[in-house]
Design a protein around this ligand. Structure first.
Ligand code: DX5
Ligand code: ZN
Length: 218
């Protein structure tokens, strides 16, 4: 039985209160904290870098799951590892040397994740499945929270599940996860669910119980 983990994305949190928001979601049941790093090049949005991630670290008591939507990746691996990332996930589309990138993430002492955009076939990660700890299937085109779930990715999750087999590899799904879409990807084989808007909507650091209710509803 694969216990399902919820990884709220702080992209949907209050950007003026990350420390308090992180403490609130963890107190309300978050299993991991999903940190969306965007560079304004690989994706059409810009969030935060290693200094911010290092500032988040002391507030994270669970797992800091760093999703790098950046290209190139390699020059920044060391900095995100030093910032305290537990998991660093790179996009297979971010450059020509994903195998080397994943080796470098592990060499830096972090767990390695590989992510697939909605348009990228599962075959793209067949040759690195043995050197990852996590596969992140994007169910939206990366760059923003609050987007609609792309249904075609459910079948891809099932294909990733087949590829993973009995390897100790997490299957994480990210984008448009709600109480409606979550069961579909869990049935297909996902064991970690990222949710931003579905967790943070209606809540605040003054109303953290809303976060808890939202997390339990997924
Ligand atoms: C999108 C990010 C996702 C996003 C999820 O590029 O990688 O993690 O924050 O937000 P929701 O859950 O609102 O789709
Ligand atoms: Zn993400």
């Amino acid at each position: 039985d694969r216990s399902i983990k919820i990884a709220p994305s702080i992209l949907s949190a209050d950007f003026a209160n990350f420390g308090a928001e992180i403490r609130a979601i963890e107190a309300q049941g978050a299993d991991w904290v999903h940190v969306d790093v965007m560079d304004g090049h690989f994706v059409p949005n810009l969030t935060f870098g290693p200094p911010a991630v290092a500032a988040f670290r002391p507030h994270v008591k669970t797992v800091m799951d760093v999703h790098l939507m950046i290209a190139p990746v390699d020059p920044y691996i060391e900095a995100f590892a030093r910032a305290g990332a537990d998991i660093i996930t790179a996009h297979v589309e971010a450059g020509p040397h994903i195998h080397r990138t994943l080796q470098a993430i592990r060499a830096a002492g972090c767990k390695a994740g590989v992510s697939l955009n909605p348009g990228t076939p599962v075959e793209a990660i067949e040759n690195v499945i043995d050197i990852v700890d996590l596969v992140l299937v994007m169910s939206v085109n990366p760059g923003f929270g609050g987007q609609s779930f792309i249904e075609s990715q459910v079948e891809k999750v099932a294909r990733v599940r087949q590829l993973v087999g009995d390897r100790p590899v997490h299957i994480e799904v990210d984008g448009g996860i709600t109480p409606v879409t979550a069961p579909k990807v869990v049935a297909a084989g996902a064991d970690v669910l990222v949710a931003g808007s579905a967790v943070f909507k209606g809540g605040s650091v003054d109303r953290p119980e809303i976060y808890g209710a939202n997390i339990r509803a997924i």
